[in-house]
Design a protein around this ligand. Structure first.
Ligand SMILES: [Ca+2]
Length: 167
């Protein structure tokens, strides 16, 4: 059988694709409220996702209020919404338990003054769940959170401050 080779012509992303100048988020980052967001669809364990976000000069996403949450899911993940609903897809966010004595913290150090857990969560199932994932449900289009095993593989949502340049 024949086969077709592909030789890259135009790059998939601009050479400075992960850089962000003041007030501007370059593709594929999406601007909102002084930050840039990017949903990655190459599933990773939570710690690996955190490392990758930090490599890009950002961190796993924090959410500060229901508007933030709604934005993440309606603007940033538009074409993924159906995927979430239909296939149960989900994405890591920055919330995790770094120290059992202190409970949940945001990876980027933001204060935890907003939480949007699913009913009955976090349940620390099998005493093995200390990382938060967000998932859209047909009954909650704004999405809600579940604590999951940090070693499981999920898509992941990065956030970077607009104007912060990749290191
Ligand atoms: Ca859980």
């Amino acid at each position: 059988m024949g086969y077709i080779c592909y030789k890259g012509g135009a790059p998939l992303a601009p050479p400075q694709g992960t850089q962000a100048s003041e007030g501007f988020c370059s593709d594929p980052w999406i601007p909102y409220n002084g930050h840039c967001f990017h949903l990655h669809r190459t599933p990773l364990a939570w710690t690996d996702a955190q490392r990758e976000c930090r490599k890009e000069g950002g961190d796993l996403s924090s959410m500060y209020n229901v508007e933030d949450q709604s934005f993440h899911l309606t603007e940033n993940i538009t074409d993924m919404e159906k995927l979430h609903v239909q296939q149960g897809g989900k994405a890591w966010i920055g919330l995790h338990i770094a120290d059992p004595n202190t409970g949940y913290v945001w990876s980027d150090g933001s204060p935890v003054n907003f939480q949007h857990w699913q009913e009955g969560e976090p349940n620390n199932h099998n005493n093995a769940e200390s990382c938060a994932e967000v998932q859209i449900y047909s009954w909650d289009e704004n999405g809600s959170w579940n604590d999951a095993n940090c070693e499981s593989y999920n898509d992941w949502l990065c956030q970077i401050r607009a104007g912060k340049v990749k290191k």
